[in-house]
Design a protein around this ligand. Sequence first.
Ligand SMILES: NC(=O)c1ccc[n+]([C@@H]2O[C@H](COP(=O)([O-])OP(=O)(O)OC[C@H]3O[C@@H](n4cnc5c(N)ncnc54)[C@H](O)[C@@H]3O)[C@@H](O)[C@H]2O)c1
Length: 335
Amino acid sequence: MPKTIFIAGGAGYVGSKLVQFALVKKYNVICYDNLVYGKKSIKKFSGNKNFVFIKGDVRDKNKLKKLFSEYRIDYVVNLASIVGDKQCQTIPKTAYEVNFNGNKCLAQISKSNKVKKYIFASTCSNYGIVNPNEYANENSKLFPVSLYAESKVDSEKYLLNQKTKDLQFVILRFATAYGLSNRTRFDLTINSFTYEAFKFKKLHIFAKETWRPFIHVDDMCYMILKSLLIKNKTNLVLNAGYTKNNFSKKAIVEKIKKNIKNCKIEYVDAIIDRRDYRVNCDKISKYLKIKQSKSIEDGIKEILVNIKKKIIKENEIKQNLLDQNCKRLQLFYKR
Ligand SMILES: NC(=O)c1ccc[n+]([C@@H]2O[C@H](COP(=O)([O-])OP(=O)(O)OC[C@H]3O[C@@H](n4cnc5c(N)ncnc54)[C@H](O)[C@@H]3O)[C@@H](O)[C@H]2O)c1
């Protein structure tokens, strides 16, 4: 019998791609989302008999309880979140409630409804600032420097403290994503640098020597789907990326420059974002045995082709830039 995956936040950047890949793998998919950014990203799945969309909030205990009693759900993937430092700062109280309380609520309901695996999308931002000579591994000290990361660190702690016999919590600390999705975010480093370099032929780069690990959004989805098949039953924390995919902002700019000629780069000394970390992802490659499917260059190229051919329209890009995302969040949660 096909298994059923409940994807909270399934209309988002990662979620809408995960829905697509899970349907290809013949899972039944229940996509649960309150549609902060609209429904366009999941429109194309509406005719699929294995796809159900339910509009709802991850903090809504009663609605979730009812749903979990109606459907037999095997796996839960929690992607529902207010994502990003600035986004969380825009609506701090709500952000913590959604990210922490929402996750707690979904985890409790999963626990009492015989769910087998619960995948939680956490972030490598939890490491905050790491000594330049070191790569953080899953045992390294967490040093959240934003409310966003704090809400994820607290959520991880909550999940890891749960004593469960049949339900396994898998915490994936994702690297920063890039690449195309059904709701492509242009507030992410690689996607936004590529757009700005193409559109304005100019980039202002702050703190060029700060490092991050990166991962293509497709690979995030492959990791989530593969995590559902992990055999052992103990709770797990995995850095979700590729060790070879840690780069400084300057190195990312160099890669973009190779694809966009005559782009003027201005490096600015000011530090707006204190995060600076390199992450070791060897544990996940041992567990899941997946190879990287798309490099950073592939990501830059696919974004460029879609912009140039106007497959992604200018107004769609603008709606998904950082400031617009924050405005949309503010408007949505004020209602
Ligand atoms: N994209 C990245 O670079 C990245 C990196 C590390 C971790 N993550 C994590 O992956 C997950 C998905 O991120 P994303 O990039 O797809 O972000 P996104 O903002 O595109 O997706 C989040 C989704 O959650 C939904 N949502 C927000 N509040 C909700 C609520 N109260 N109830 C139900 N749904 C709600 C939104 O409508 C949206 O569809 C998040 O948990 C994020 O923290 C993402």
